[in-house]
Design a binder for this molecule. Structure first.
Ligand SMILES: *[C@@H]1O[C@H](CO)[C@@H](O)[C@H](O)[C@H]1NC(C)=O
Ligand SMILES: *[C@@H]1O[C@H](CO)[C@@H](O)[C@H](O)[C@H]1NC(C)=O
Ligand SMILES: *[C@@H]1O[C@H](CO)[C@@H](O)[C@H](O)[C@H]1NC(C)=O
Length: 614
């Protein structure tokens, strides 16, 4: 079990000064700079050792360089209202996800199911407040124990959601009264998920589910994932399953999956495309996921076709599919032929289709009914665009059957060429992320343990990676941070976010077998509060503000997403970091600015969200 960190940290950081002290501190820090300059060491590692005080080395030189930022800073610090702390939101917002307010959507005139869709335009002008955790919130158990047992109080779930659901991927039970347990495969009774996974593997012609990777299947979009048990099993096979389900008020599949440390995101098939580029996934899976695939002239199937890679699989499982007379599968089947899918196998209630590997299939005239899309930039930047009724991706350079990929999933120069990415850019991103990750880790470790010297007989302190499982890289570039985490053997997964309007590197990120999504950071992220242990953003703040979006809203959104005691690591130019630090104080994060001391004006802002805010 994790130990509570906050009291240790408050020992390090000392009690938070009231804001009126901040000005005084600020001035005294300026006064101390000259002293500090001579005494403070300049390497990153020694900064980590002396982290008890703010690091303002070389401030004067930088001040001269960035007079403008400095002026903005002083005006910020003298403005009374600007430094007021944000208040806590009401208890009704404990599980608040912006953009999914059904009553507001109905009022705005959305109907026919569209009221359940994401409508961020209605979420503007929200009150600025800090989402607070439920009263009995507890720090999640560390991975992998936390995968199978979670705290009841951390999620919103009603009593009848425990045992009512019969689906094999949804079984869960209440342990004692404060923990929820998910049946793992080890029990004799509940080996359903393992058997099922094996069955799917056999249906696509494999000897066992251990061969998925060899067959080119790595990224799986699991729609309506239950509470993630199928995904948890696929993860153990080194696949990357992403759970996707609509927003749910209670018993949310996405909230529970993330609480278990499993990749998940809110998303639905209603009227908009998913925030993924075409040709993204090796498999799309739906076990009783509640989507009426045969409705709306098949546009949901066309959307699945869009995100599937050539040769990829669509797996549909459900008791409603194979009733004796007139199953739901037959209208689906008629449609799948028009989009060049082949029903390769069926067993009981499980159907497996394969998308064609032949791009010519669509234009051969045989099918003739579903037109091809006009290829263009809009496909790769497709961000919640209306669902389309044309077939996309066929003219893409990335049209490569999954069966033709090497199962090592190492990116080759040929892959980079297909994605039109320069080799040196890609490898530089990895190399600098690798260095950055080492720095973050050496920075976080003493923060957690320095005030607890090991006493004889004490067990070794748990390394911090046990406390960090769900990581979000808010500006993922080529996925370098994710790759660095893997290389360092940390047991984390990373949600790689590619901000809208930057170079769309998402196809390459997904191609590496990572999780990823497109997102416009001027809008809230489709996840529940307290679902990430660490958020990281390199260069996002400056590009964000240059687009005219509010940094304050962005940091408030990070706060909502972060679990208590979660970490924020921001890397940006000095002026931007100083502004972010002001806001961090208002959000009541424990915040420290770190000078990388390599001669650049890059700064790190490392923050921790407190467990309780008083
Ligand atoms: C949802 O919208 C309704 C109607 O606009 C509003 O009264 C309510 O406060 C909103 N709920 C949340 C949680 O924002
Ligand atoms: C995939 O591999 C097959 C068999 O090796 C080959 O015939 C085909 O041309 C390859 N397709 C592509 C797009 O590389
Ligand atoms: C300093 O380090 C940062 C972060 O590692 C990096 O982005 C930046 O390019 C470096 N600057 C110089 C001048 O080396």
């Amino acid at each position: 079990m994790r130990r509570p960190l906050f009291h240790k940290l408050s020992l390090i950081f000392g009690p938070r000064p009231p804001w009126s002290w901040l000005l005084l501190c600020f001035v005294s820090v300026l006064g101390l700079i000259v002293l500090l300059r001579s005494s403070s060491s300049t390497s990153f590692d020694s900064v980590t050792l002396s982290i008890k005080s703010d690091i303002y080395t070389n401030y004067r030189r930088l001040k001269e360089q960035t007079t403008n930022d400095y002026l903005e800073l002083t005006s910020l610090s003298s403005g009374d209202s600007n430094l007021k702390e944000f208040s806590l939101c009401g208890r009704e917002k404990e599980h608040y996800v912006p953009c999914y307010n059904v009553s507001a959507n109905l009022l705005a005139g959305f109907k026919d199911g569209e009221e359940f869709d994401r409508h961020c335009e209605l979420a503007r002008d929200q009150e600025e407040c800090l989402v607070r955790p439920p009263r009995d919130y507890k720090t999640p158990l560390s991975w992998p124990v936390g995968r199978d047992v979670i705290w009841n109080a951390n999620v919103k779930i009603s009593k009848d959601q425990f045992l009512s659901s019969g689906s094999m991927t949804k079984r869960l039970m209440l342990l004692e009264e404060n923990q929820i347990s998910f049946h793992s495969d080890d029990g004799l009774l509940f080996d359903g998920v393992k058997l099922y996974s094996h069955q799917v593997a056999e249906l696509i012609g494999l000897g066992s589910d251990a061969e998925f990777l060899q067959a080119g299947v790595r990224t799986v979009l699991d729609i309506g994932c239950g509470f993630g048990s199928f995904g948890a099993h696929l993860l153990s096979l080194k696949l990357m399953p992403i759970c996707m389900a609509g927003y749910e008020l209670t018993g949310s599949q996405v909230q529970l999956s993330l609480e278990r440390g499993l990749p998940a995101i809110i998303g639905n098939f209603i009227s908009r495309k998913l925030p993924f580029p075409s040709l993204s996934y090796d498999m799309v899976h739906c076990a009783q996921c509640g989507i009426l695939w045969d409705q709306k002239d098949g546009i949901f199937l066309i959307e699945v076709d869009r995100i599937l890679k050539p040769g990829g699989y669509f797996v549909l499982h459900g008791s409603s599919l194979s009733t004796k007379q007139g199953s739901m599968a037959s209208p689906i089947e008629a449609f799948t032929q028009k989009i060049c899918w082949t029903l390769i196998a069926q067993q009981e209630e499980t159907f497996v289709w394969q998308k064609t590997t032949d791009a010519q299939c669509y234009s051969s005239g045989k099918q003739g009914v579903i037109p091809l899309c006009k290829e263009g930039r809009e496909d790769i930047q497709s961000y919640y665009q209306p669902l389309g009724s044309c077939i996309g991706g066929t003219a893409s350079k990335r049209w490569v059957p999954i069966q033709n990929r090497s199962s090592s999933f190492q990116i080759t120069p040929a892959d980079l060429e297909i994605h039109e990415i320069q080799q040196d850019e890609f490898y530089d991103d990895f190399e600098s992320s690798r260095i950055a990750l080492r720095n973050y880790w050496s920075l976080l470790t003493p923060l957690i343990f320095s005030d607890h010297p090991k006493r004889p007989g004490d067990e070794d302190p748990l390394p911090p990676y046990n406390m960090i499982r769900n990581v979000m890289d808010m500006n993922a570039h080529y996925g370098g941070l994710n790759a660095a985490f893997l290389e360092a053997g940390k047991s984390v997964w990373v949600m790689n976010v590619v901000p809208l309007g930057t170079r769309n590197t998402l196809p390459l990120i997904l191609h590496q077998g990572f999780a990823g999504v497109l997102h416009n950071w001027c809008e809230p992220f489709p996840t529940y509060p307290r679902t990430y242990d660490m958020v990281h953003a390199n260069g996002l703040l400056s590009s964000h503000t240059s687009k005219g979006c509010s940094m304050k809203n962005l940091l408030l959104e990070m706060d909502r997403i972060l679990r208590p005691e979660g970490w924020v690591v921001l890397s940006d130019t000095m002026g931007t970091i100083e502004k972010a630090r002001m806001i961090a104080t208002q959000i009541r994060w424990e915040a420290r600015v770190i000078d990388l001391e390599n001669g650049s004006d890059q700064r790190l802002l490392v923050c921790q969200k407190p467990f309780v805010r008083k």
